[in-house]
Ligand binder design. Structure first.
Ligand code: CTP
Length: 134
């Protein structure tokens, strides 16, 4: 039986930290599903992206380590997705440590080390500085 892994994220300005996380998650099983936050869900979270949802999900879906992408519309859908897709492991970067422990009733929950020194926010900050300097 295939071992299904599930994760979620915004993946704005896709970077090496995202890639490392997705590769590491895939190595825990056979089939990696990635939920990508929609623009409407990000607006609810007060998060504005540079790259649109359609382009962010297209980029993530094109990765070799990703088997399936789905839109993430709300916080509550995680439990439903775990059950619907027969998920064995739910994983996130360790900036979310403990945040999703409630899902342990449904599957294994892991928090993997983040890649140091890179984030979408840091990239946006850099772009702003370059624009101001130019
Ligand atoms: N992630 C990671 N290493 C990084 C950055 C992100 O492992 N350097 C992980 C996060 O922990 C999360 C996933 O990638 O599980 C998607 O994170 P996302 O919030 O989309 O990326 P960030 O770069 O953290 O974005 P932001 O700065 O807006 O929080």
């Amino acid at each position: 039986m295939k071992k299904v892994i599930l994760t979620y994220g915004t993946f704005d300005l896709f970077h090496i930290g995202h890639l490392n996380l997705l590769r590491n998650l895939k190595s825990l099983g056979d089939y990696l599903i990635v939920g990508v936050s929609t623009d409407a869900f990000n607006a609810q979270k007060g998060k504005r992206t540079v790259i649109s949802f359609e382009e962010r999900i297209d980029i993530v879906q094109s990765l070799k380590c990703v088997d399936l992408t789905l839109p993430e519309h709300c916080w509550e859908q995680k439990a439903r997705d775990i059950t619907e897709h027969g998920v064995s492991v739910f994983g996130m970067g360790d900036d979310w440590q403990g945040h999703f422990d409630g899902l342990k009733a449904l599957c294994e929950v892991v928090y993997l080390p983040r890649t140091a020194g890179i984030s979408s926010s840091a990239l946006k900050h850099c772009l702003r500085e370059i624009a101001l300097a130019g």
